[in-house]
Design a binder for this molecule. Structure first.
Ligand code: MLC
Ligand code: AMP
Length: 501
């Protein structure tokens, strides 16, 4: 298996389009040259230096991403969706030394400049003369990417993916989904998470395909399908697409249907795809979306087949070289239990979190690479000969999925607890057609405090990304607790679902 970086740089003379963004089309040879220039502009940097990117999706992002890797650095992707305190946390936790920004994000990044963090501009970096000879050799076990993911303990942690991980993940997914340089991927996913970054962007680029980047707007996406062969989305995006479809006139629907039918592949992941949404897609396009299971820590692990039957409500079978087990509470193999994954695509560990890394892995009996505990409860469907995997939910009530984003209830609670009016708080997810989990904060105010939902929402918004802000605030006299005083979140969630909140 070759490295993703070498696959990318091998296209240094390729005139084929790598990226089509708001500025137009960019050939592989230009984005590779851009990456070499970025690497030269950064060099010399110590191996493993964390370089953060705050750059809009497009050719400059791609050049910056591969440029950092070429220079021996580790990419940390930031998002303008995060307010300053959150971005500052990512930079500090990752020990970011350089922050590469584009013109659009220069002002947003300015307050992050410090004695420890240097800000560099990608437009200037891309204009540097490339000097590839000076760049270091890259080892497959070297870290390449640090992606932040929410956990069951407060703040997000940085999952470290190596060059080897990225190379294997790219190869496995491209092979399974039949990617080639004839593909055009319609890309509207955020780049600060595994789905948009590695599963979509890097899979396509590693295969020599063209990536058309756009922000998510349902009507624009329908229109853009005409010029694409592959579309990847989270279920919330399908939900939005159908809402726009229902609002459109007959002629528009006919045009959109024609464009969507021309796609060779539409995938869904990051959260459970409701069968109703998948069937809607089939009714419009004639084919069932390809659902797959993935994680920040492993990339895509389990997928429905490109050519075979796609089984509603199932995520299919593990990719080649990915091993999957279902483990019961007693640690033995079980029909229903936690999904454990093992293989070359599994990440190296959490950045500077030895305890959490240790808890995430279980030594393998054969002395080989350890098993990664996904935290997802799964089973296999006995109604089918292949026994495809079904995801039943998370093992922890504190991990929520809203519109494909993984959220930590504890992180949101921690922020709300800082508000002077909040005595107690419990954040829970309520099943919701649009979001998957609808995030609800149950709050007990301090005696005499009057802060309402507007005040609390504003408070959270200043500290966390907008998609982490609870949709509803429910004020209560007390939270339901068990005999040892622990808030019983399932009881709370059930009461809210039944309107007894
Ligand atoms: C936006 N909002 C959300 C939200 N997205 N609220 C909860 N959950 C979300 N996911 C808020 C906005 O801040 C706004 O709030 C209001 O909802 C309406 O926003 P919008 O402008 O209509 O939403 P939009 O920006 O279009 O975003 C919707 C979306 C987005 C579906 C395009 O959520 C999205 O890009 N999701 C993808 C997440 C993702 O890539 N996850 C991959 C994780 S990796 P207000 O109050 O300002 O009005 C992974 C591995 C794997 O899971 O297997 O793939
Ligand atoms: P993240 O940490 O953001 O990478 O999210 C990974 C989590 O997303 C997994 O552990 C699952 O809980 C969830 N997930 C991803 N794909 C699916 C899917 N197809 N069905 C259900 N859950 C999914």
């Amino acid at each position: 298996m070759g490295s993703l970086l070498s696959r990318f740089t091998s296209r240094a003379d390729d005139a084929h389009l790598a990226v089509v963004d708001g500025r137009g089309g960019h050939a592989y040879r230009d984005v590779v040259r851009g990456a070499r220039a970025v690497a030269s502009s950064l060099a010399p940097i110590e191996r493993g230096t964390r370089v953060a990117l705050l750059i809009s999706p497009g050719a400059a992002f791609v050049s910056a991403f591969f440029g950092v890797l070429l220079a021996g650095g580790v990419v940390v992707v930031l998002s303008p969706l995060h307010p300053l305190p959150e971005t500052a946390y990512f930079c500090e936790d990752a020990r970011v030394a350089i922050l590469l920004v584009d013109e659009a994000h220069g002002r947003l990044a300015a307050p992050l400049a410090s004695a420890k963090v240097r800000i560099a501009h990608v437009e200037a970096a891309v204009a540097t003369s490339p000097a590839p000879a000076a760049l270091p050799e890259i080892d497959a076990s070297a870290p390449a990417l640090q992606l932040y993911t929410s956990g069951t303990t407060g703040k997000p942690k940085g999952a470290i993916l190596t060059h080897g991980n990225l190379g294997v993940q790219q190869e496995l997914v491209a092979e399974a989904w039949g990617f080639s340089d004839a593909d055009v991927l319609l890309h509207a996913l955020p780049l600060h998470h595994m789905h948009g970054l590695a599963i979509a962007l890097l899979t396509a680029l590693g295969a020599g395909a063209t990536v058309r980047t756009t922000t998510f707007d349902a009507a624009r996406i329908w229109d853009a399908m005409t010029d694409a062969t592959v579309f990847m989305a989270v279920p919330a995006m399908y939900h939005r697409l159908f809402a726009a479809f229902d609002d459109a006139d007959e002629a528009t629907r006919a045009r959109w249907t024609f464009g969507a039918r021309a796609l060779r592949l539409a995938t869904s992941g990051s959260a459970a795809l409701p069968v109703s949404l998948a069937e809607r897609w089939r009714a419009i396009t004639g084919s069932y979306p390809l659902e797959r299971f993935g994680m920040t820590e492993i990339g895509v692990g389990i997928t429905n087949s490109l050519v075979g039957e796609r089984i509603p409500g199932s995520v299919g079978l593990p990719l080649p070289s990915v091993l999957a087990r279902i483990v019961g509470e007693d640690g033995a193999d079980a029909e229903v239990g936690e999904l454990w994954i093992r293989g070359p695509s599994v990440f190296a560990g959490y950045h500077e979190r030895p305890e959490e890394t240790e808890q995430a892995f279980v030594a393998a009996a054969d002395g080989g690479p350890p098993w990664f505990r996904t935290g997802d409860t799964v089973t296999r469907d006995a109604a089918f000969v292949s026994r495809p995997f079904r995801i039943l939910g998370r093992t922890s009530v504190d991990i929520l999925k809203s519109g494909g984003y993984k959220l930590s209830a504890l992180e949101i609670e921690e922020v709300l607890r800082e508000h002077p009016a909040v005595l107690e708080v419990a954040v829970v997810g309520i099943p919701d057609e649009a979001w998957g989990d609808r995030v609800v904060a149950c709050v007990v105010r301090r005696p005499g405090a009057v802060a309402d939902d507007v005040a609390l929402r504003g408070f959270v918004r200043e500290r966390l990304a907008p998609y982490k802000v609870p949709k509803d605030f429910v004020f209560m006299a007390e939270l339901p607790r068990n005999a040892v005083g622990k808030v019983v979140k399932p009881t709370l969630a059930r009461a809210l679902r039944e309107g007894r909140g």
